[in-house]
Design a protein around this ligand. Structure first.
Ligand SMILES: Cc1cc2nc3c(=O)[nH]c(=O)nc-3n(C[C@H](O)[C@H](O)[C@H](O)COP(=O)(O)O)c2cc1C
Length: 353
């Protein structure tokens, strides 16, 4: 699949995810084999006004290439200027978010709101192409709702405009995250716009899912939530596609050491106080299926420094080993998990929807 001068066969892509796909997480996923990276989306008006939180999202480091900066908005002038600002940060291409379903964004015509007005959609894409000489890609959904699926028209329009690739989250806007992504649209979109590279997205959680989408004609696949839970999924898919044995799920000891590596990078980037706090909703991905793990996670929610967390995890592992817990197997038998999951409302929520 080509995007500008990049040419990668069946790329595995890490999805743009606000508050998730920050530089430390992107690097972690790259380490596990993600070929293409996306930044979290940044609002065009905020970029133009140089709002620091949003401008920071545009920063990409030399070791992150190939990477796209994703922007969103529907005001053509601002999108054009935001694209120019984004280009100055030296990404490999610019991606336009035309799929965000969140009410306050979609209802004002940004993100998936563009699916209700294809003329506007086209103008927005043209404005980004005017603002930047880099390749431009689009990420969107099937349509606003089941009665207004417009993806075939969108794909034809993007192909004609010379957009470099389309990422399709195979759900409608009104579905949000409900139901199941409908991958049957992959061959239909490819038939409608054969020269437009298509990256399939939505509910890809295993090597089998990835292969299924590629067999349907997708040129690449993009993974979001499954990478939050299991960043090593890229390594597994890569091996499987190459016909090699699928590397096993990391055991608890490896997951703890990976979590700590991630935490250290996360706090180096966000600062210790903010980083330890925002990392709280990530523990569930690393720490599960082991005795006493829910209690351990609940305790981690109360700690405030990296040193405290390192110490607590080292003591947990030591005790688990001394008690002979089976930490070197992928999953601990359910009967050894005695306690209930604690209530994890507010910041501790592991719900990413
Ligand atoms: C926490 C979170 C934040 C997201 N932020 C963005 C975003 O900034 N830009 C975007 O295009 N999509 C965003 N998405 C949507 C994902 O990129 C992806 O399209 C969606 O999660 C479906 O893929 P999945 O089933 O592999 O998770 C976000 C999703 C999640 C879970």
């Amino acid at each position: 699949m080509r995007i500008g001068t990049l040419d990668i066969y069946h790329p595995l892509c890490l999805a743009p995810m606000e508050s998730v796909s920050d530089p430390p997480f992107r690097r972690l996923c790259r380490q596990f084999g993600a070929d293409l990276l996306w930044t979290e989306f940044a609002n065009c008006e905020a970029i133009v006004r140089n709002v620091s939180r949003e401008s920071r999202k545009l920063q990409v480091s030399p070791d992150e290439h190939p990477i796209a900066i994703q922007i969103y908005g529907s005001a053509e002038d601002s999108m054009e200027r935001a694209a120019a600002n984004a280009e100055a940060m030296n990404p490999d291409w610019i991606d336009i978010n035309c799929g965000c379903w969140v009410k306050k964004i979609a209802n004002r015509g940004d993100g998936a709101g563009l699916l209700r007005d294809l003329k506007k959609f086209e103008k927005v894409v043209r404005s980004v192409m005017r603002g930047s000489s880099l390749p431009v890609t689009v990420k969107t959904r099937l349509g606003w709702d089941a009665d207004s699926i417009v993806i075939l028209d969108v794909a034809r329009m993007l192909e004609q405009l010379g957009v470099a690739a389309l990422t399709l989250h195979c759900r409608t806007r009104s579905q949000g995250y409900s139901g199941k992504a409908d991958w049957s649209w992959i061959p239909r979109v490819k038939a409608a716009a054969p020269s437009l590279p298509l990256i399939a997205n939505g509910d890809i959680r295993s090597p089998e899912d990835a292969k299924y989408c590629l067999d349907l004609g997708a040129d690449g696949i993009m993974i979001g939530r499954a990478a939050i839970d299991r960043p090593w999924i890229f390594r597994q898919i890569r091996a499987s596609l190459a016909g090699q044995p699928i590397p096993p799920e990391p055991d608890l000891r490896d997951r703890i050491s990976l979590a700590l590596e991630h935490l250290r990078a996360h706090t180096a980037y966000h600062g210790e106080k903010r980083g330890v706090f925002s990392f709280r909703r990530r523990w569930a991905a690393y720490l599960h299926a082991a005795p006493g793990i829910a209690r351990l996670r609940a305790e981690l929610m109360t700690l405030e420094t990296v040193a405290q967390i390192e110490d607590r995890l080292a003591r947990y592992l030591e005790r688990a080993i001394s008690l002979g817990y089976p930490i070197d197997c992928e999953e601990t038998p359910a009967e050894t998990i005695e306690e209930q999951e604690p209530c994890m409302k507010n910041c501790a929520s592991a719900c990413w929807k």
